[in-house]
Design a protein around this ligand. Sequence first.
Ligand code: MOS
Length: 749
Amino acid sequence: MTATNHIGKATPRVDGRAKVTGEAKYAAEFQAPGLLYGVVVSGTIARGRIAKIHTELARAVPNVVEVITHENRAKTAWLSRSYADDAAPPGSPFRALYDEEIHYNSQPIALVVAENFEAARYAASVVTADYETAEHQTDLKTVRHEAKEPSKRRDGIEPPASPRGDFTKAFADAAVNFENEYITPIAHHNPLEMHASTVIWEGDGAITVYDKTQGVQNSQGYIASVFGLSTDKVRVLSPFVGGAFGSGLRPQYQVFLAVLAAIMLERSVRVVLTRQQMFSFGYRPETIQSVALGSNKDGLLEALRHRAIANTSRFEEYQENIVNWSGALYRCANAAYGYELAPLDLYTPADMRAPGGGLGTFALESAMDELAYATGVDPLALRLLNYSERDQNHNKDYSSKKLRQCYQQGAERFGWDKRSPAPGSMRDGHELVGWGMATGIWEAYQMKTSVKVSLSSAGLTVSTASADIGTGTYTIMTQIAAELLGLPLRLVTAKLGDSSLPASPIEGGSWTAASVGSAVQTVCLGLREELVKQAKKMPGSPLTKAGNEELIFADGRIALKSDASRSVSLMDVVAQAKDGKIEHEGSESPGLIDSYRYARFTHSAVFAEVKIDDELGIVRVTRLVNAVAAGRILNPLTARSQIIGGVAWGMSMALHEEALLDHRYGRYVNHNLAEHHVPVNADVPEIDVIFVDEKDDIINDLGIKGVGEIGVTGTAAAIANAVFHATGHRVRDLPITPDKVLAGLPWER
Ligand code: MOS
């Protein structure tokens, strides 16, 4: 019913110009008359209590307005459940400045508020505290044997799948069997934009909050609940987000502190965290995983067990799905899973880019590589041998699964068939060359989302409270609406990141394209019906007798398919409407019956080449092909960017990132971007992204599965497997730093 082809077309970001010109404003850039600046004072012990906090020196600094601590803060909600936001795991959420208790090192202990940033920053540096310290524990390896199953399940997170068959017997009887342990360290999100909130005091008891968040309505609900405000007095905006990766799913303490200060002082207040303070809240937890595989002599899986231990905080039980991916990926009759948590004196972990999936596929796909060498089967052939046509964890068919095509197309692009199988057998001058591959998998989620569209002489506006954390949400909203209404992109304006817009979930889990996209489609179809009805009523309308299926929306007109000259202009329809506009609002949810019947996943095959200096042990990723099956790709340009970003995350996990704790103090020692390494441009090679054709008629009307996190999963294992192929030395604890590589290099050259 449309003639334009915006969906599926490589479309540059509609907000690109605003971003490169600086016109796009982020949370810390909004201004207000008389704006105050809040700077956070971070505590210096891991556990105990504040015996005395010294604020006199800070108060004496000129232009300091207030120093807020647990002793003088305004009252906030008493019940801990009032602090639980949409993404909170079970437990009692952290409450900044609540009392004298210290739960983790770098916990905020005061907010210094001043007329200017410099005064606030200086004054914050002279706030000190006397502490009574208690014993703390921040080392997962020390307490791993005390780990327990979570006492309560986290909403939306699948618990370990039920066991099937008899793992113990099948493992013992298998011709080839082994169990290995894989370790991943704590890592922090570190988006370019630090967490920030600007609270505008509106003077009538209302506040407008510019918050760095992945969900404005989540922040709004949290603020209203914590401060006892009605939601119509709290408006949260987040039109642009400078990266978040999960760190903005939950409201963070800077928004709490900024609102607290605004309410206490009845002034507008901005709080921005420092880079060091970006290490003082959620992070990817440390994990110790063990994978046990048993197969026949040809590599056919007979037994599989995947268990994980992860850390959480003492106040919340953070959970993610680390261990279930194996049952969704490989056919195996005897399988068992386990997942346990050990509390540490750290902040609660947070979802971080493919939470659980990046971690789980590292262990599983490393183990599959080990099985390939143990059986002498090519790693790709091994995956094909154990290919699963059905999700055995849930005993469901897949809504679609074109992973086979990912393997084929990825292998062909990479040149996998030219691989010399023996470890250490490929070389390029002084560098050892390794080729490794792995599978990626992520869930294809969809969440209920509401959208409003409004057509006037100025064009079409399409709005929802969703976020665009850099993924391209503005752009896909624009594309879908433009296609359905037969309009050029320039006549469509997307609005999001405002809690006053129609309800939308937090942007996470790679679900936004499917959720917002489906809702935009449904609501635009509703608008079309309204427009057709009005167009038929127009005086002398040539469409009066036409059935809906005989009409097409194209070039700003509703026309007869059979005779495009018989048409009505949308602008004419709008011109005679009440108020000069026609609006429609509605929502879309995932199909319940279908989601009950079908397993929904995105898949990928990742092929990596590494070159390793044979004296220094430095690993370079020199080539990487990621072939992705993720349903319909709305915009190959922004989708490709999502995969490239995901691959960089996977590389980072494999080779760079590790937040190091000094356990004596329970404190991160590399809490800055000089020492918490992430890949820079020089580390990232040309990444070859393939989207295989995957039509999914079940998942939603547009066939959208979503991309982003699928780029992370599998990537770390592909690189680790390439390192093994280059050296014959298996590194099972990330990141693969030169010291770990050197320990296994063949020195007898
Ligand atoms: Mo992502 S960890 O779902 O923001």
